[in-house]
Design a protein around this ligand. Structure first.
Ligand code: SF4
Length: 74
């Protein structure tokens, strides 16, 4: 994906949690998370809007969400 520098990863267990999905959808100011009945979906076309605010990480249990800077070594 050219021009994409951020990836947001949600752990498999967290991705299936509809309550967490709602929290993430509310937390992210740029709509990267979409809450569905079966859990959270990462909206790929909004990923490049990520401001690295970490609100999603604060809203989720430890380790459930990671914001990966693809231009840095992991
Ligand atoms: S770091 Fe902020 S902008 Fe980026 S996905 Fe998380 S809540 Fe959204």
């Amino acid at each position: 994906m050219p021009g994409l520098f951020i990836d947001v990863r949600v752990s498999d267990a967290a991705a299936k949690d509809p309550e967490l999905a709602k929290k993430l959808a509310e937390a992210c100011p740029v709509d990267i998370f979409e809450a569905t009945d079966s859990g959270v979906v990462v909206v790929e076309e909004n990923l490049d809007e990520c401001t690295l605010c970490d609100l999603c990480i604060e809203a989720a249990p430890a380790g459930a969400v990671r914001v990966v800077k693809l231009y840095e070594k992991e």
